[in-house]
Structure formats: structure tokens, C-alpha cells
Write a protein that binds this ligand. Structure first.
Ligand code: SAM
Ligand code: SF4
Length: 318
């Protein structure tokens, strides 16, 4: 599907749940989020039906996200079904990694191609603080297991946070010295009820380049990737900088999002949502709605206009 700005829209991000086993300070509001009732959340057959329609229209890459996708019961069965869709080249997942030790093998066997794992610190105490109770050892064991079963290349997502993990930039970058792992620094986005928390702790990704000036810019293999890629001289892995705030990447954006409660979003930073669950449940064809949302995908996001994004990140999926 080609949008009005000549971008090829071939990537669908599906959030399978609003629930999570962690409560990261920049993602989940202090008081939690209103728990959706069972019927509000898309059933797996409905996700499959929507994905099938998208694939028939030209989507060839799916990413499962959440909340935490691995807390939704039956996720392995969903992946098995999605991976059999004709035309799919890649099914990836973004996960906090805490449950990967248990599920990595089954995920690989079900047809998952690879994982992005979110990890903002390599310090046990700091991890417990930022995730409000998470255990770093679980994630490290999850990463090991994901490597073992070849859910690769593994990408680590590190949200850069003022006075929290700037001092760990070098440690994260050093992970790429001897391993084929991508470490991607993401700028903190002011979204939902934790907007002010995030605004106060935003740090530009320029800091990464200032701290490690020897990084060499390289061409990304994926032209639609939001990351600008770098490498240490002789490093095996890559460093990605994802700069939604300091430098927009909308020109290459190739994605549409489906939320767990059945809304389509053409842009992460827009409050416009289209209800596809209603159409599916009414037995109506969704082709026109999908083509329309692609056609009206915004040229770029307007964070500099201070548009307040109401939906919490945990209910968007990143
Ligand atoms: N639970 C999974 C995880 O943490 O990877 C998937 C969902 S999470 C919402 C997806 C990604 O969004 C994670 O990499 C997380 O760090 C990132 N994220 C959440 N809130 C963010 C924010 N305010 N700014 C930037 N990235 C954010
Ligand atoms: Fe959960 Fe991921 Fe949000 Fe952290 S970033 S609270 S792990 S959904």
C-alpha cells in the first residue's frame, strides 16, 4: 500500500494486550490504567482476521507488542497462525524479556523471527527502580535463551533518561564490541499521564555521540528503520539512535498500529484512531477503512506543537 507521500506501508504493529508484568515509570501511569473488560480486547480470531486482510493488501512484516505480549495466554498459538499467512516475511516481537527464558524456544518453533528486548539499565537496583519491581536477572537469562534459539539479530531498546542511565551509555555500547547485537537508544517521548515525568527527564540522543565520538555512521539495512545506525571501529554489533524528538524520522515511516482494543493508528503521535473492532464484529469488510487510513496517514508527527497524546504508551505498544 502506498500512502499520499509515496511511502510503502508494509509493516503492522499489533498490540495484543494492555497488561504488563512491569510498571516502567515512563510508560505506565502511577495509578495504573483502567483495566479493559474482556470483551473490549480483540480476540485472537479477530486479530488473525485483521492481520490476514492487511497481508492481502501488502503488509509483509508484523510486530507483536503490548503491554507485555508474553503475558497474554495463547500468544504462541497466535504466532503459529500469523506465521502461516501467505505473504508474511517477518514476525517480530517487542518484549521486556522477563518471560523469554520460559518462552523463547516455543516462540521460535511457532515462527517468530526475532525479538527486540527493552532494557534501560544493566544495574540490578536501578532496574528494580525504573520498572517498579522487575528483576534484571530474568531479562539477562531471557536474552541468553533468545540467542540460544536464534531469535536473532537481537535488538536491545534503551530509553535514555536524564540522571538515570546517561552514565551507562558506554557500557551499553561496549556490548556491541564482541557480539552481533544491536543496541538502540530511544529518546524519551512525553505521552499519556506520565508526560510531565518524561518531559523533565528527556535527553537528546546527541549525548550518545558526544560520549562516544569514535562511533562511525553506517548505512541501515532497513531503509524504513526509524534508527540512524553507527558502529564502533571493529565492533560486531550496531548502535541505533532513534530520535523522535530531536530529529523526526517520519519521511520513511512504513507502519500502521493496531491497539489491543481494536483501534487503528496511522501515527504514534496522533490522537486519531479508527475503530476496526466494530466493523469486524458487525461482519463488515475492512478493506476500505484500511485503505483510507493508509491514504490519510499524516506526513509527519507534531510533537513540537505539544499535541497531548492521550493514550498511554502501554496501550499503544511503542
Ligand atoms: N512491554 C514490551 C517492552 O517493554 O518491550 C512492549 C511494549 S513497550 C510499550 C514498547 C517500547 O516502548 C519499549 O521499548 C519501551 O521502552 C518503549 N517506550 C515506552 N514508553 C516510552 C516513552 N515514553 N518514550 C519512549 N519509549 C517508550
Ligand atoms: Fe510494560 Fe513495556 Fe511499558 Fe515497561 S515499557 S511498563 S515493560 S509495556
Amino acid at each position: 500500500m502506498i500512502d499520499s507521500y509515496d511511502r510503502n506501508i508494509n509493516y503492522l504493529r499489533i498490540s495484543v494486550t494492555d497488561l504488563c508484568n512491569l510498571r516502567c515509570k515512563y510508560c505506565m501511569p502511577e495509578k495504573g490504567i483502567k483495566k479493559a473488560c474482556h470483551d473490549e480486547i480483540l480476540r485472537f480470531e479477530e486479530i488473525e482476521e485483521i492481520a490476514k486482510k492487511f497481508v492481502s493488501l501488502g503488509i509483509n512484516k508484523i510486530r507483536l507488542t503490548g503491554g507485555e505480549p508474553l503475558v497474554r495466554a495463547g500468544i504462541i498459538t497466535l504466532i503459529k497462525k500469523l506465521s502461516k499467512l501467505q505473504g508474511i516475511d517477518e514476525i517480530a516481537m517487542t518484549t521486556n524479556g522477563t518471560l523469554l527464558k520460559r518462552y523463547a524456544k516455543a516462540l521460535k518453533e511457532a515462527g517468530l523471527t526475532r525479538v527486540n528486548i527493552s532494557l534501560d539499565t544493566l544495574n540490578h537496583e536501578k532496574y528494580r527502580t525504573i520498572t517498579k519491581g522487575g528483576i534484571l536477572k530474568d531479562v539477562l537469562e531471557g536474552i541468553r535463551e533468545a540467542k540460544k534459539v536464534n531469535l536473532t539479530p537481537i535488538k536491545l531498546n534503551v530509553v535514555l533518561i536524564r540522571d538515570f542511565n546517561e552514565d551507562e551509555i558506554v557500557n551499553f555500547i561496549n556490548l556491541t564490541k564482541d557480539e552481533e547485537i544491536d543496541v538502540r537508544f530511544i529518546e524519551l517521548m512525553p505521552i499519556g499521564q506520565v508526560k510531565d515525568w518524561s518531559l523533565n527527564r528527556y535527553v537528546s540522543n546527541e549525548n550518545v555521540l558526544k560520549r562516544v565520538p569514535e562511533l562511525i555512521q553506517i548505512k541501515s539495512k532497513d531503509m524504513a528503520s526509524p534508527a540512524k545506525y553507527y558502529k564502533l571501529p571493529d565492533g560486531k554489533g550496531n548502535i541505533g539512535l532513534i530520535n523522535p524528538i530531536s530529529c523526526k524520522f517520519c519521511g520513511n515511516c512504513n507502519r500502521i498500529r493496531l491497539t489491543a482494543d481494536g483501534k487503528l493508528k496511522a501515527c504514534l503521535h496522533s490522537n486519531t484512531e479508527i475503530d476496526i473492532k466494530g466493523l469486524i464484529r458487525a461482519g463488515q469488510d475492512t478493506t476500505e477503512v484500511i485503505c483510507n487510513i493508509v491514504k490519510h496517514k499524516p506526513k509527519e508527527h507534531g510533537l513540537e506543537d505539544e499535541e497531548y497524546i492521550e493514550r498511554e504508551m502501554i496501550a499503544i505498544g511503542g
